[in-house]
Design a protein around this ligand. Structure first.
Ligand code: EAX
Length: 321
């Protein structure tokens, strides 16, 4: 009872005079020092500075708040404040976003970033806003590659029969079925153990995630297929965001931009240094991969998006210079 009364007094003191301080929790699936962790910290530091300390924040890393699909659901009901997530499960909430998950669509990082920072990215953030979420800024996960414990993968035939974990994403599952693997959708927090126990043979993720998660401890082979560009996005709960003043909303938008910039810078660094790290930790890195046969077999997954929305957005993305 004593603590309860003390708490009430503290709250009363805070509410008078000194402006009340609000702590924002930033959830994500990776380690605090990963490219998402760097971005989450940049969000927190920028928001704290812009708000003069009336907002502070802390990371909830490593899937403490659940997998990315769980965290997105938490934002919608207001049990979570803010999340940095890949678009992996987002298509289940905002199907238009599947356009960004199509295999071999983005030519390189420059093409992807220009698309997301331009009108197409803004249109898709608006679509996110129509689905009980607030899309603050496009961040970045990276180009995804295949790892496995069984054999080097150089051609689609090498994927035959591999039990491959994918995100909970219909486009990716259809693509890997088309390429000859056996896709198993799974939330990220379950993945390391599933690889360790042999529940799945392999998975696919950017170098950023492979290094952050030390997948070399449970995977022998990595093939730099670069089969999908994986965007990330800084999402806020509408329950939190709609209660902010316009000035406070501006702080959140600026902090999200700073978060995305910090994450992209870390992706650039790891794209340079990461492959060497994989080799240093014993992985066999396959680089001489002809992507054309993979792309031809993965193309069937485009129908997951085009059956519903047609090819206009795909053509627009391809046309971004
Ligand atoms: O967003 O689930 C995944 O493979 C994601 O790439 C990971 O959670 C980082």
């Amino acid at each position: 009872m004593k603590h309860f009364v003390t708490g009430l007094i503290a709250a009363a003191v805070l509410a008078t005079g000194a402006q009340a301080q609000q702590k924002i929790v930033v959830g994500h699936a990776l380690s605090p020092t990963s490219h998402y962790g760097v971005g989450a910290q940049a969000f927190i530091d920028t928001l704290t500075e812009l708000s003069g300390g009336t907002f502070t924040g802390e990371q909830a890393p490593a899937g403490q708040l659940g997998g990315e699909r769980d965290m997105i659901e938490g934002l919608q009901i207001g049990s979570l404040d803010l999340v940095v997530t890949s678009t992996g499960p987002l298509g289940n909430f905002v199907p238009e976003v599947f356009a960004l998950d199509l295999p071999f669509l983005f030519r390189d990082y420059d093409h992807a970033r220009k698309t997301l920072d331009g009108e197409i990215g803004q249109e898709l953030l608006a679509k996110i806003g129509e689905n009980n979420l607030v899309g603050l800024a496009w961040s970045e996960n990276g180009f995804r590659h295949v790892t496995n414990s069984q054999r080097p993968v150089r051609t689609p035939a090498d994927l035959a029969g591999l039990k491959l974990r994918t995100m909970e994403n219909k486009v990716h599952m259809t693509a890997f079925s088309g390429m000859g693997a056996s896709p198993t959708p799974m939330a990220f927090p379950e993945l390391f153990t599933a690889l360790q126990q042999g529940v799945v043979d392999g998975q696919e993720n950017p170098v950023t995630v492979i290094t952050a998660s030390k997948f070399w401890e449970v995977q022998k082979h990595v093939s730099l297929t670069g089969h999908v560009y994986s965007p990330a996005v800084v999402l806020a709960s509408p329950v939190l965001f709609d209660g902010l003043t316009d000035e406070q909303k501006g702080w959140f938008m600026e902090a999200a931009k700073a978060s995305a910039a910090a994450t992209r810078a870390e992706v650039n660094r790891l794209e340079e240094a990461g492959v060497a790290l994989l080799r240093e930790n014993g992985m066999e890195v396959i680089t001489d991969i002809d992507k054309a046969p993979f792309a031809a077999l993965a193309e069937s997954s485009y129908s997951v998006y085009t059956d519903q929305y047609g090819t206009e957005m795909v053509d627009r993305i391809k046309a971004v210079e």
